[in-house]
Design a protein around this ligand. Structure first.
Ligand SMILES: *Cc1c(COP(=O)(O)O)cnc(C)c1O
Length: 397
């Protein structure tokens, strides 16, 4: 795995800095400008007619795209090894617009469990309302996934690694199942980033990211991207023009800026998270650690095969109950209590109190969310400081 990192490392570093940015830039600027404009002018009617006839490519109106957004999309596509990409105002906008573009009434969607809760909600409530059937299968159980496929199945969506348990799906197997049954495969690769894994290289059709997390990386902007085959992306772009969830030019600039340091940041997230996971696993007050970089993790072997690093999210179960977990969360001094992940600042949360608060303990358990579970999004602080902080919190709590 190390060898693959160094093999790909340099080109990922270079692509992160220069990818998608055409030379020369307007006014000879080194950065890509923020095109803060809602619309684009035509010099005369002849130019308009030329554009409408499809003879020239240019911008028309902000909802159909912006040059800053296009650079962000191309940079993401180059990092992911995708033909094309499309950016949205949030990760959920990317998921919902993509599914509305791809799926129609009477068709069937397969989703793996331990997935982002709003994705599950969208499929169940919104797609359900329009006559799309949804089946939820166990993450990582490829046999169950294949058995769930019917002649109506249009798309199979999974995260890998998943949130919060870092479960791993076998990308090669998923792609193979998709091809065999002519089902489109989508991987939400938010936790992996294009630095740690390349699902398209394994034959996955579309890769999705909440750019809010690691891609932008500074907890200061919302965004999402979908990456893959150019003709599928073009179809989704048409829907974006109707549904309207575009990335605004300033957010696109922040995404481009964040992407330049993505490989460096992810390498640091990976290294610190691994050390923290190992410390926690050896700690007497910790019941279990869910991190794919640990040999004890059920997905470790597959992760070693298909990933270049194991990411910046460490989930762990405390020996104790909800209150014991709350005491630890309240005792840490560096990580702050907040949803989200992937930024410079470490964040900590209890899924039972954050994303799944309105469910009862039993309902949470039914979907695998335990009361003693803590999710730590490892930031870019000094790993020694983070480890010392967690150790003192586990001691006092
Ligand atoms: C955060 C997240 C999303 C949603 O992204 P937003 O940018 O918050 O809309 C989707 N999938 C995963 C895995 C996420 O972590």
């Amino acid at each position: 795995m190390k060898d693959r990192l160094s093999e790909q490392g340099r080109s990922l570093l270079t692509r992160a800095v220069h990818g998608g940015e055409k030379r020369p830039r307007p006014a000879n600027a080194i950065t890509t400008p923020i095109f803060q404009t809602a619309t684009y002018v035509f010099r005369n009617t002849a130019e308009l007619v030329d554009y409408m006839s499809g003879n020239v490519e240019r911008e028309e109106y902000g909802r159909y795209g912006n040059p800053t957004q296009r650079v962000a999309e191309q940079k993401c596509a180059e990092l992911e090894g995708a033909e094309d990409g499309l950016a949205f105002s949030s990760g959920m906008a990317a998921i919902t617009t993509t599914l509305l573009a791809i799926v129609q009434s009477g068709q069937h969607v397969i989703l793996t469990d331990d997935c982002y809760r709003r994705t599950r909600q969208f499929c169940r409530t919104v797609l359900g309302k329009f006559g799309v059937d949804v089946t939820i299968v166990e993450t990582g159980n490829e046999k169950a996934i294949e058995e769930a496929i019917t002649p109506k199945t249009r798309v199979l969506i999974s995260e890998s690694p998943t949130n919060p348990y870092n479960k791993i799906v076998d990308l090669e197997r998923i792609a193979e199942i998709g091809r065999k049954h002519r089902v489109l495969t989508i991987i939400d690769s938010t936790l992996a980033t294009p630095i740690n894994q390349s699902p398209i290289a394994y034959g996955i059709d579309l890769v999705l990211h909440s750019a809010t997390k690691f891609l932008a990386g500074h907890n200061d902007v919302l965004g999402g991207v979908i990456l893959g085959n150019a003709s599928i992306i073009e179809g989704i772009r048409q829907y974006q023009g109707i549904l309207g969830a575009i990335l605004d030019p300033h957010a696109a600039y922040l995404l481009i800026r964040g992407l330049k340091t993505l490989p460096l940041r992810v390498a640091q997230h990976n290294a610190t998270a691994q050390r923290i996971a190992e410390m926690l696993e050896a700690h007497p007050r910790v019941e279990r650690v869910h991190y794919a970089g640990l040999p004890s993790h059920p997905g470790h072997e597959i992760a070693r095969r298909q990933m270049r690093g194991f990411g910046g999210v460490v989930s762990f179960e405390l020996k104790g109950d909800l209150e014991a977990a709350s005491r630890v969360v309240d005792a840490v001094r560096i990580p702050q209590i907040a949803p989200s992940m992937g930024g410079a600042e470490s964040l900590i949360e209890q899924p039972a109190l954050m994303s799944f608060f309105e469910l009862t303990t039993e309902e949470r358990l039914a979907i695998g969310i335990k009361d003693n579970l803590i999710r730590l999004s490892v930031g870019l602080e000094d790993p020694d400081d983070l480890i010392a902080d967690l150790e003192q919190a586990l001691e006092v709590a």
